[in-house]
Design a protein around this ligand. Structure first.
Ligand SMILES: C[S@@+](CC[C@H](N)C(=O)[O-])C[C@H]1O[C@@H](n2cnc3c(N)ncnc32)[C@H](O)[C@@H]1O
Length: 243
């Protein structure tokens, strides 16, 4: 499906989001806070629009996606970004490779999102940060009703005019409806092992920006000599992971 929408993907997004996609991307980059010299993994990167925004900081951005069609368009648009064909549920990276991992409008599309969260945790360095930008549930009932009406009646008309594959955008509306709310996704993120998990709503909750951290390794506190003598030695390393 993503192969088929690749050509007009970015244009259709801008139109459907009524220009808000730019605001969501800027908020995501600010949350990731990429720094020159860092290695950042953008999962489900699609045509690389999310990756390009991150790469402006001078960080090394790896754009991973499993759709060859999206990657082909991405490589043409952003020749300086390293694209890699990869499944988010089985990432081809060793543990603790990245300073930050991010995913924009991708987690909802992954067959087993909890498996993908576990993979994100694995490839992050201890102390590394996770940022997820995803459609969510507007908490205000009146706005939520208006948004539902937009998706049901207005979006299909726009899609017919702007996209090469209207069925794919019917899937978009269905998948947004079926996606869990902010609190549930936060629980999933915690369940994968992340700490300091938080979110904030963008555009009244149409989108939510979730964050988490892989616990940093902390130096083991030194114990008084006498106590150290008495206690059985279980570990000889000086660095242990936080719970
Ligand atoms: C809506 S696009 C988002 C693209 C980009 N992150 C953006 O913000 O424009 C979703 C992407 O998720 C990718 N995707 C879905 N399931 C995936 C998986 N299991 N592994 C890797 N990519 C996946 C699709 O190929 C598609 O490019």
């Amino acid at each position: 499906m993503f192969d088929e929408v690749a050509q007009h993907y970015d244009r259709t997004n801008s139109v459907l989001s009524m220009g808000n996609s730019l605001v969501w991307r800027m908020a995501t980059v600010r949350a990731v806070a990429p720094r020159a010299g860092e290695r950042i993994l953008d999962i489900a990167a699609g045509t690389g629009t999310s990756s390009a925004a991150l790469a402006k900081s001078g960080a090394e951005v790896v754009a991973a996606d499993f759709s060859p069609g999206m990657i082909e368009v991405g490589r043409k648009k952003h020749p300086n970004i390293a694209f890699i064909e990869a499944d988010a549920m089985a990432l081809p990276f060793t543990a603790s490779e990245f300073d930050a991992v991010t995913i924009s409008f991708g987690l909802r599309n992954i067959e087993d999102p909890k498996k993908a969260l576990a993979e994100m945790y694995r490839v992050l360095k201890p102390g590394g940060r996770l940022v997820i930008c995803e459609f969510s549930k507007p908490p205000r009932a009146l706005f939520r009703a208006g948004y539902a009406a937009y998706m049901r009646y207005i979006m299909p008309t726009i899609v017919d005019a702007a996209s090469s594959n209207p069925e794919a955008y019917a899937y978009l509306a269905d998948s947004i409806q079926a996606w869990p709310d902010q609190v549930t996704l936060s629980q999933w993120i915690r369940g994968a092992g992340f700490t300091r998990v938080a979110y904030r709503n963008l555009t009244l909750g149409v989108v939510a920006l979730h964050r988490g951290h892989k616990p940093a390794r902390t130096a083991r506190p030194s114990r008084p000599k006498a106590a150290a003598k008495e206690a059985p030695s279980t570990q000889n390393g000086s660095a242990v992971a936080e719970p």
